[in-house]
Design a protein around this ligand. Structure first.
Ligand code: DGY
Length: 348
């Protein structure tokens, strides 16, 4: 699919993206926009080399693609100056290789913060109240009438939510859980989240002034402290060498037997084989997973676990956010083509 065939700059998108705003803004600025409609979900390096061709000024790519030395070298040979991931995470991008070829790299933070935090909150609630299990029970025609013990779950109010990685998304999630469900907060991050702390303190004072039990917060000195103390834990770190298998067998064992673990960051942050064993041995332990170690696959056994809720990497999937991501990715590429610093540069 090609827009503005005579445009001066050639910009390729490896996938169709939501909305038309991103196309219009590129076309208005003199770009020829080419959108790949190959009927396969994950494009190979060879597919993308074909798309880049002999002349390409910039590419908008996806987190499923391996943007390493080979692709940046091909893009550089084609005269390319810019690449943007349509994602905030860029663990699929070798930024050093891009720098080597003087190709600017962009990502799409900000526009997906609340949407992603809302999915983490949805998984938290769905796991706490066993919604997916209960839905399956109804559909299977097993409901025979109200019972005192039917699908009893956890009350979040007054429990402790633990957040690992209190950046934009982790902090937004923490605020939702504290304000929405009056949970106490414990968080671990390498940096102190003063904004988050100010919010929880002010909210605690507000509750107190209204005669309600104030919420408490604590900045943990280690990740293990969060794992031991929290009733509900949500993971929001970036994926790199230091966070690979952050949640492993030993750390799962530190968690409360009835804890809930939510992951909307990247799959490899959890050792999924260890998680399946843990779920099997601890039926009251529950997880809500949006991401998997080797997408699109799940480790054997995970799909059979009643105490696991699994969804296909949809945390940023709201219309507003996906259109925003596409627009930001286009602006990243366009800015660089026009000679400005990239709008959203993960190097900075
Ligand atoms: C991201 O942006 O990194 C998400 O995983 C997809 O929105």
């Amino acid at each position: 699919e090609v827009y503005n065939p005579n445009g001066k700059y050639r910009v390729v998108s490896t996938k169709p993206m939501p909305g038309t705003r991103w196309i219009n803004l590129l076309v208005d600025q003199g770009c020829r926009v080419e959108i790949c409609h190959l009927k396969k979900t994950i494009l190979s390096v060879e597919d993308i080399i074909d798309l880049i061709g002999n002349k390409c000024d910039g590419v908008i790519g996806q987190l499923t693609e391996d943007w390493g030395e080979t692709l940046f070298s091909a893009l550089s040979k084609a005269g390319g100056k810019a690449f943007s991931n349509m994602a905030v995470g860029y663990n699929n991008v070798d930024v050093e290789a891009a720098n080597k070829y003087s190709i600017a790299v962009g990502n799409t933070p900000g526009v997906l913060t609340e949407t992603t935090a809302e999915l983490a909150a949805s998984l938290s609630l769905a796991a706490a109240r066993r919604i997916v299990e209960a839905d399956g029970f109804m559909r299977a025609g097993l409901y025979e009438g109200w019972l005192p013990h039917l699908f009893v779950g956890n009350l979040l109010k007054g429990q402790t939510v633990g957040v690992i990685g209190a950046g934009r998304i982790g902090s937004a999630y923490a605020r939702m859980m504290v304000e929405g469900f009056k949970m106490n907060l414990i968080y671990f991050d390498l940096y102190q989240s003063t904004r988050l702390e100010k919010f929880v303190t002010a909210y605690g004072q507000f509750l107190k002034a209204n005669g309600e039990q104030p919420v408490t917060w604590k900045r943990a000195s280690s990740m293990e402290e969060v794992l031991r103390e929290a009733d509900l834990i949500s993971l929001h770190p970036v994926l790199d060498k230091t966070t690979y298998h952050l949640v492993n067998k030993e750390r799962l064992a530190m968690m409360k037997k009835e804890a809930i673990l939510v992951n909307c960051s990247r799959g490899p942050v959890i050792d999924e084989v260890a998680l399946v064993d843990h779920l099997r041995e601890n039926p009251m332990f529950r997880v809500g997973l949006d991401v998997f170690e080797e997408e699109p696959f799940m480790k054997p056994g995970l799909a059979d676990m009643k105490n696991a809720i699994v969804v296909p990497h949809i945390a940023s999937a709201s219309k507003w956010t996906r259109e925003g991501m596409a627009t930001l990715a286009a602006l990243n590429v366009l800015g660089r083509i026009k000679g400005y610093p990239i709008l959203s540069d993960p190097n900075r």
